[in-house]
Design a protein around this ligand. Structure first.
Ligand code: FES
Length: 178
């Protein structure tokens, strides 16, 4: 594991990361909360490798453990994201309840290019102006609420196309998609 000194703090807001780690301390689930706050704070709403390495070194946590948390939860992204995120679950329970149509609806509404069949296992596309990122996940762990969609970190269960369009229209009307 790299030492804290060998990392490049100039690539992220080190003072903020240090503060969050100090606040969370050794509480159970602290790592999850640290990653969440740091991703929120990062202008492109993601967790760059440098930050993950820094958090691992600073908290004396194995880097593999930090990565497994960052990749397990659908909330986190290792790629830069747009100012808004729309995440559609494409797991089996959601698929059988119409998530492919939800994906198509969101793709068209956000002005993105469809991948053709909606079967892409893992999708992450950002609008050219950086207004929104559309992603898919394999399961939110909320299958009883299928189909499940997340918009800007709020989970919506039993989603249908009309409700999804309503949420996206609200973002647009609030000036968040421009
Ligand atoms: S399959 Fe969608 S929440 Fe589990």
């Amino acid at each position: 594991m790299p030492s804290v000194a060998t990392l490049r703090p100039q690539e992220f807001d080190q003072a903020f990361v240090d503060r969050v780690i100090a606040e969370r301390g050794d509480r159970p689930g602290a790592l999850l909360g640290v990653l969440e706050r740091v991703q929120e704070h990062e202008p492109a709403h993601y967790l760059p490798t440098t930050v993950l390495e820094y958090i691992a070194a600073k908290t004396a946590t194995p880097l593999s453990q930090v990565y497994s948390v960052a990749t397990f939860y659908a909330l986190f992204s290792l790629e830069p994201q747009g100012r808004n995120t729309v995440c559609i679950c494409r797991g089996t329970a959601c698929h059988t309840r119409g998530s492919r149509d939800l994906l198509e609806t969101a793709t068209v509404r956000l002005g993105l290019q469809s991948d053709g069949d909606g079967e892409t296992e893992s999708l992450s596309i950002t609008t050219p102006d950086g207004a929104a990122t559309l992603r898919t996940v394999a399961c939110f762990g909320q299958c009883a609420l299928a189909p499940v969609v997340e918009v800007n970190h709020t989970i919506f269960g039993h989603m249908n196309e009309r409700s999804l369009l309503k949420e996206l229209d609200a973002l647009d009307k609030g000036g968040r998609l421009s």
